[in-house]
Design a protein around this ligand. Structure first.
Ligand SMILES: [Zn+2]
Length: 108
């Protein structure tokens, strides 16, 4: 959003400092170095915060679980899924409430 403005400002500042020369250029350089130092510090702070919120220690146990356990449980659960689905998807008539057919095909 403010890329253009910042770029223009920086270009203006550099050109002005170059035109003035001498101390002005040195002062701009000092400002920019200060800015870089501050920016670096902020980036490091952000990284530290991220590491605190998402510690890498939690990733190890999960990985060990995946490695240690065979894929039998995963296969079993995938087999069990259709079984547990059947009762809920069984046709139940809305008219007579008998399981096995829908209301449109109800003969009662
Ligand atoms: Zn029915």
């Amino acid at each position: 959003m403010c890329y253009g403005e910042t770029f223009n400002l920086a270009r203006k500042a550099v050109r002005s400092a170059v035109e003035t020369g001498g101390e002005s250029l040195c002062r701009l350089k000092k400002y920019l170095n200060d800015w870089f130092a501050e920016e670096k510090r902020l980036i490091v702070d952000n990284n530290n915060n991220k590491e605190n919120f998402d510690p890498s220690q939690d990733e190890d146990p999960i990985e060990r679980q995946h490695r240690g356990r065979p894929s039998v449980k995963w296969l079993k659960s995938s087999v069990e899924q259709p079984k547990s689905k059947k009762p809920t998807t069984q046709n139940k008539c809305g008219k007579c409430r008998v399981v096995g057919h829908y209301a449109p095909t109800c003969k009662n």
